[in-house]
Design a protein around this ligand. Structure first.
Ligand code: HEM
Length: 133
């Protein structure tokens, strides 16, 4: 999937990869998920849903689980918008907002795990989580 649509317009937040290739932020996030899902603790959607409080707030983005409890009050897009998604998958809302490199860089620090394989939507099933790279 290219970041540029057929009429040449940018269809997603774009970023230049280390290989100097222009790719969409979504593509990059998914690539990161594939590369770094090994050794992440796995959670079910039900487990994540229990952390749906202002003082205990997890969200799911691109199959990964983020503890955003301490981050909520610093979120440049506002607290409420994250609270609304507490305990849930917020990937579509995250993609629908203007998130650039800064946001994607922050994600790394907040990640605490990944969904169990059967409940993932974005990570291909052919990953062997237990093989050594
Ligand atoms: C851990 C998760 C998140 C992080 C690290 C994050 C980070 C950021 C950052 C850094 C910005 C400033 C713009 C930029 O530099 O990218 C931003 C803006 C924003 N975020 Fe988030 N965000 C997160 C989750 C979400 C979620 C789940 C939503 C929606 C439900 C959301 C909605 C917004 C909105 C609406 C803005 C303002 C965009 C604009 O200026 O037009 N964010 N976020």
């Amino acid at each position: 999937m290219s970041a540029l649509s057929t009429n040449g317009q940018i269809s997603d937040v774009t970023r230049v990869s280390a290989e100097n290739e222009v790719v969409s932020a979504t593509e990059l996030a998914m690539k990161d998920v594939r590369q770094s899902s090994i050794n992440l603790k796995q959670y079910t959607l039900k487990e994540v849903s229990e952390h749906c409080w202002r003082n205990d707030c997890w969200i799911i983005l691109f199959d990964r689980v983020y503890d955003v409890t301490k981050f909520i009050s610093d979120h440049p897009g506002g607290e409420y918008i994250i609270e609304e998604n507490a305990g849930r998958d917020a990937t579509l809302q995250f993609r629908g907002s203007r998130h650039g490199k800064e946001a994607f860089d922050m994600l790394e620090q907040l990640c605490i795990g990944i969904l169990v394989e059967d409940e993932r939507l974005y990570t291909p099933r052919d990953i062997d989580l237990y093989s050594t790279p």
